[in-house]
Design a protein. Sequence first.
Length: 389
Amino acid sequence: MPANPLPEISPDTLAVVAGRPARGPGSELNTPVSLTSTYVGGGSIGDGDLGYGRFGNPTWEALETALGALEGGSARTFASGMAAVAAALHLVPAEATVLVPHGAYNGTHAVLDLLAQQGRVRVARVDVTDVEDVRAGLAAAAGPLLLWLESPTNPLLEVADLAALASAGHEHGALVVVDNTFATPLLQRPLDLGADVVVHSVTKFLSGHSDVVLGAVVTRSEELLAHLVRHRTLHGAIPGPVEAFLALRGLRTLPLRLERSQRSAAELARRLREHPAVARVRHPSLPDDPGHELARRQMSGFGALVSIEVAGGAAAADAVVDAVRLWVPATSLGGVESLIERRRRHAGEPRVVPEELLRLSVGVEDVEDLWADLSQALDAARGRIAGAR
Ligand code: PLP
């Protein structure tokens, strides 16, 4: 099946129809879970012959077709988002300099720090909300370059001008990679904005039900795709077929889930701003959010993550997490259930993330129930902190 069977249809429809088996009388509507470690072969392995379970699997391919169609490139799935991140980082030779946002996902920082300690890459941290800062970083860096972008960033929700940054990166010969986990291809398509590679934690919105760990890389370059496939085959971070099936099943409802979640996120952000226990709300939907204007131009929605800074510091933020009953205190994001987490509880969280920041992943529950629980938890925490004084 071609990467995008019906290129003129909307992404919402594509999420439903892409990656289905060829249509015909008696054909299955869904690609089944293909549980096999090998394939019956003949002489040499030719085109279309998967050969062995580490080389390919029809269930992965169904998910890859759908993801590729949504992002506008060719997708390959990996065992986790981090496996996808690692594969993308291997696209540049040893001794390359990787420019990464100050506030990127902590796992990306951790793997880059490890590679830097091993002398495999150099790492430079840049402010991705400031194109001039990134330009200066590119100009100052030596050797092959990789510009790593996230937008909105995790968990500061800063918005980066992907088109301007991709073009600045290319002027300096950098490979430009965008982690599109937070936005998903329904809200922004980085390859259209000039990026060379898109990375996803499929674990999050794309799968959407907190029951799968999976990753993906997408590109339009045949050469990069060949490197990525070779990396996956040789390093072995392959997806499980059951996970691939579940992820594709989840992807079918992404437009509906995202529509509801981001509507609720914007409503909660608006209300949270008025709450006396909240010192700052970060969500690009807010008219005075630093990323608002750019997000309006670059994205087709503001996303379902909201970050708040609780008045009273880390103890007050922890008290909020302790007091919620409907929101789930847990890491991760992008599922149907709403999660809340103080990010600095992770030792590896970048220091630019305030101690009192809570990341809220807004699910698909009724927004009034979400607000009732959150506001009672904020009130309770405020009372506890005031009582302790
Ligand atoms: N990228 C981002 C933005 C993430 O938030 C995460 C996980 O939280 C990852 C990558 C890593 O994905 P995974 O947990 O699926 O390995």
